[in-house]
Design a protein around this ligand. Structure first.
Ligand code: C5P
Length: 220
């Protein structure tokens, strides 16, 4: 139908940061608020999709009746939750700021502050979106890209390397864009390479534009 173009579709959205434990009381994380991903989850649900929101630790949440939230903490938990939902999904929007590295060993007791310097060995976390791209059946995959330099080049490289259908490029250089702001300024690149720069808007409006672009992709 015209105002519920995604009815009958299932969408997975990842959002928020992940936390990676160091010991029982400490962890590594990042500045992601989850706001952009939650706005996208709500906009997809407004368009009629059944949305599975896989959400890292954040104080943000949604009460949208079309969105079911799966709370996770670590990249591994997010990977496990997303991959178990993936076969049933028609599209995935990966808006989470997944930690790229985690402590190679989690101390089972609190680390004492005796030594002057402490070294923590880090290992790579699974790249969830790359895995989804490698195991794509019928799903549309939409990723995010946030870089401080050579933004466009890296965004297009991710689009190709991760086998995505669209990538949303944000710039930390733009005032009012990125972490924790309620506004964002993005450029959308689709598989055929052409980019569409949107003006600075509220994350809600950006989310609606991203969802319109997803609906266009479905018909492309
Ligand atoms: O390679 P990079 O981390 O910059 O790519 C960003 C995109 O990949 C985002 O859509 C992010 O949600 C996703 N990603 C992921 N799992 C990771 C790292 C990034 O799904 N471990």
């Amino acid at each position: 139908t015209a105002n519920k173009p995604l009815s009958g579709k299932t969408a997975i959205v990842t959002a928020g940061p992940t936390i990676e434990h160091i010991d029982p009381v400490r962890y590594i994380t990042n500045h992601s608020s989850g706001k952009m991903g939650i706005a996208i989850a709500n906009a997809l649900a407004d368009a009629g999709a059944a949305v599975k929101l896989v959400l890292g630790p954040t104080n943000q949440s949604t009460t949208h009746p079309g969105v079911t939230t799966f709370a996770v903490q670590t990249a591994q938990e997010m990977f496990d939750q997303v991959t178990s939902l993936y076969p049933q999904a028609n599209l995935v929007v990966a808006a989470a700021a997944v930690a790229d590295y985690r402590p190679a060993n989690i101390a089972d007791k609190k680390i004492k502050k005796g030594q002057a310097q402490l070294h923590i060995d880090l290992e790579k976390t699974p790249d969830i979106l790359r895995y989804l791209g490698e195991h794509k059946a019928h799903q549309l995959l939409i990723g995010f890209s946030l870089e401080t330099d050579n933004e466009k080049e890296y965004a297009l490289k991710k689009l190709k390397d991760k086998n995505l259908d669209m990538i949303v490029m944000n710039s930390l250089a733009d005032a009012g864009a990125g972490f924790n702001y309620d506004t964002n300024k993005v450029t959308l690149f689709s598989k055929n390479g052409d980019g569409r720069s949107l003006p600075l808007k509220s994350k809600l409006e950006v989310a609606r534009d991203i969802v319109s672009a997803i609906i266009d992709l479905q018909h492309a």
